[in-house]
Write a protein that binds this ligand. Structure first.
Ligand code: 3UK
Length: 505
């Protein structure tokens, strides 16, 4: 791919304004509340940018917190900040005052634009540098916009000016802010989207991830905009919301997490999903049974891809015709990946080790000593254990901290989960190691059953036998607990630390 960019560029101009010449009347965003063409969205962006500059004195480099659900105002605010040369700090809607305060202080945030429905937690957050807060949804920002002009000349930013601070959905410790450049926003479109996803201008993108999660930012906004296509934003995006929305909007490309595909596969027959042509799964490993269930339900091969907030978006994935079910895929063109040992030396094919990647995007933490843990000799160490096969495909094993060492064996929880999920009565499953006097750790499976199934001793036995028949018998879960639901983050990831601590209902 071409990943060389001019020394000065503003990603908002390149991704949004570039569509005005030929696609001004094409829908850019469709939401339950409104449809905005590229022309209409550009106007709203420009008015907000004027408000930021004229009313709040924003200067390039100021950091602006954005807080809202997936709406057109959120996207317009995002592009307004970028266009004015500010730095976006988008935050998850469910964050509370304490977490917002940590981010506001860490990134010394001076400005905030906030959906009025979510203003409470922001107002309570402790933030000495926060000087300007404006709300949309209650008429405040809307009113200020009316007085401003609809044209705004983009700030002449450098390609390597920071435009985004993405906070990681860290499970332990203080949240980490990852810094990304204007050119990084284009690089993920030119690498993953153009080379692997290959969208077209007529595509209609849909999905569940929040725009504050870079998976959602890319999949619902940057990728469609990079080809002048349409992004559908939903205010609620559970699997039960997503299914009818795909049918209603005739969506063609879907972005969500593996568990959502699993849930949707079970009900796919009740909806017209014939418009779909590509479905991307990321955020967590894609177990093969979910790949098969989705193929059976829709005829489509799920496109798995591993991404990370540190890397901005997906860096290992496969084009549909190259997919190997069960493998994550091949390095995205423009990226290199390898499996390394503790000393950083590449391991032979077939050996499990630490995943190392480098490419046009990479990890730069905002003022954080953990930078040295993530980047070693220019390679990003994502914290995942992988195997690379003879043909170059990468096979996910587990988060490196999640490998279970039981009686001397190394066991990857996700492999056991996939085996469990291929049993018809298992709806969801999380496998972790729990302490055991004799074996050090013992493989423990937390299981959500399909409705109507009864979690008794006979089923425990049947599930254990099922796993022993699917994978090496020593990996079978010696403990199985039936639970009503599994603890998940707002980005849909299983919270393994909560499972390990037994903090489940
Ligand atoms: C895990 C996967 C196996 C993996 C993300 C797409 O998930 C995203 O970013 P986060 O910072 O988490 C990163 C970590 O999540 N992971 C993600 N995808 C996969 N594991 N298979 C996968 N397909 O542990 C990784 O290190 O929340 C995903 C695009 C943008 C993103 N930020």
């Amino acid at each position: 791919p071409r990943l060389r960019y001019p020394a000065r560029l503003n990603c908002a101009s390149v991704l949004l304004d570039a569509n005005l010449a030929t696609r001004a009347d094409h829908p850019a965003l469709v939401t339950p509340a409104e449809t905005l063409t590229y022309g209409q969205l550009a106007e709203r962006v420009n008015r907000i940018a004027h408000v930021l500059v004229n009313r709040t004195g924003l200067v390039p480099g100021n950091r602006v917190l954005l807080r809202g659900a997936n709406t057109a105002w959120m996207v317009a605010a995002y592009f307004a900040v970028l266009k004015a040369g500010g730095i976006v700090v988008a935050t998850m809607p469910l964050l509370r005052a304490k977490e917002l305060g940590q981010m506001l202080r860490k990134a010394r945030i001076s400005h905030a634009l906030c959906d009025a429905r979510l203003s409470g937690a922001l107002a309570e957050a402790e933030a000495p540098d926060l000087r300007h807060v404006l709300h949309w949804g209650d008429g405040e920002l809307e009113g200020l916009c009316v007085a401003e002009s609809a044209g705004f000349t983009a700030c002449d930013t450098a390609a390597e000016d920071i435009c985004l601070i993405g906070f990681t959905s860290g499970t332990t410790g203080e949240p980490k802010g990852t810094l990304h450049f204007h050119r990084d926003m284009l690089a993920i479109c030119d690498a993953y989207a153009r080379e692997v996803l290959r969208p077209e201008p007529a595509d209609v993108f849909i999905g569940s991830p929040p725009l504050a999660f870079t998976f959602g930012l890319g999949g619902l906004v940057l990728f469609p905009f990079s080809v002048g296509a349409t992004g559908v934003l939903l205010d609620r995006a559970s699997p039960d919301d997503l299914l009818p929305a795909i049918a209603r909007h005739r969506a063609t490309i879907c972005f969500t997490a593996p568990t959502a595909y699993r849930a949707m596969a079970a009900k796919a027959g009740e909806h017209d999903l014939s418009s779909l042509r590509k479905c991307v799964s990321a955020g967590e490993a894609l177990p093969r049974p979910i790949f098969e269930a989705w193929r059976e339900a829709t005829g489509l091969r799920l496109m798995d891809g591993i991404g990370a907030t540190e890397m901005l978006h997906i860096f290992i994935a496969a084009r549909e015709e190259q997919i190997r079910p069960g493998a994550t895929g091949l390095p995205v063109p423009g990226y290199e990946a390898k499996v390394v040992g503790p000393d950083g030396a590449e391991l032979p094919r077939g050996a499990p080790g630490r995943l190392a990647v480098r490419g046009p995007t990479g990890c730069r933490y905002l003022d954080d000593p953990r930078q040295a843990n993530y980047v070693e000799n220019g390679w990003n160490i994502t914290g995942d254990t992988y195997i690379q096969d003879e043909d170059g495909y990468f096979w996910y094993q587990a988060r490196s901290d999640d490998m279970i060492v039981s009686a001397g064996y190394n066991i990857a929880g996700p492999e056991v989960e996939a085996a469990m999920l291929s049993h018809p009565l298992v709806r969801e499953c999380g496998v972790v190691g729990t302490p055991d006097a004799e074996r050090g750790m013992v493989v423990t499976a937390y299981v959500v059953l399909e409705p109507g199934a009864i979690g008794d001793a006979a089923l425990v036995k049947a599930l254990q036998e099922h796993v022993k028949a699917e994978i090496a018998p020593y990996k079978y879960p010696r403990r199985i607990e039936f639970v009503a639901r599994l603890p998940r983050t707002e980005t849909g990831k299983l919270q393994r630390f909560a499972l390990r601590q037994g903090a489940i209902t």
